[in-house]
Design a protein. Sequence first.
Length: 401
Amino acid sequence: MNKIIARHLYFIFFLFTFLFFTGCSDEDPLPPDENLSLVEYEKKLSRTVEEIEVLIQAAGVDELAAFMNYDIEVYSITYKTKYLSEEIIASGLVAFPLYTGEIPLLSFQHGTITRHLDAPTSDLTLYGLLSSVSSAGYIFCIPDLLGFGSSTDILHPYYHYESTAEPIIDILYAAKELSEILKYSCNGNVFLAGYSEGGYATMAGHKMMEDTSPNGLDLIASAPASGGYDLKGMQEYFFSLDTYDQPHYIAYVAMSYRQVYGYNNILEDIFKEPYATEIPALFDGSNSGSEINGNLTNVMSDLIQDDILIGIDEDPKYNYLIETFSMNSIHDFVPAIRMIMYHGTADITVPYQNSVDTYDLKIQMGASPQILSFVPLEGATHSSGIFPYISHVLETFDALK
């Protein structure tokens, strides 16, 4: 998602760089306490409502101005979470509205990134602007997600359920702890939102919160948008195409599962040469998704092995992939807490039909239409749906506070 916004707005943001870096920049380590999630925090910027409104107007999203009510301050943090059952230090941004009443939490999960410099804690120009959502009255969290920020020693576990959901819950804990240190009044109510991969991450976080009922955090609603929730359905969509303009998505999933599950032959099983050999070096954190795409091919019959392209469902050799897609898919759980799904009707990057099928299955499995709803973003592509989505989400969440 960040590259979509950045492409349109970066030239505007640089005019306002002086607004982004006011305030303290000293790191504040916490005393050792194994019960804490929060490890360190550092103030990155402060912004007044007037400054926020200038930025919103310059960005051409005036409809968001109606929700901006408070000055904000933004911190980068590190915090404890789990990766494959082992403790790891993750990172993210947390923004606070300068408000003395009780404040809910809102975690926003970013879309697909591959370059370390594009992580929220590394790209304060973009995510400093996004943090302005805090002005609507939220303790606003943007997790880097694993593989970025403080955890660049591992590859991002792309579309891996547990490693996606746990850092979301733990940044909420860390933000709540920081609110106590800074004397903000966090009420523990939680909202989740995210777009593209962030849509999948949001639904994953929602599911894990329902499954585990984290102490002190009360999920009120989530709004996953434009994610791939049924991974087998995504694979079938990709394999049905003659060409696909984002082949790095397919390679990213394969690299992730090679790391997480130790599938040493997965690249050779899926990709033709020279791509099977070249893909690992492309995911070293220095290349953007478009740069990785430039080193692949968008012709599916040239990228994907013939045997798997036509026989993934018949050949037992590929059962491990189908089982892994099933383990990490989240289309087939029934939410008991409010969930509002969004997707652009003209989206062919992450297909609109994947969300339609996910919604329909959840309803068939017993989800209440009063709990689960679906908002089609009429005519929106994967790139153009983001701003209508954010505007609608803020209006929806504001009514549920």
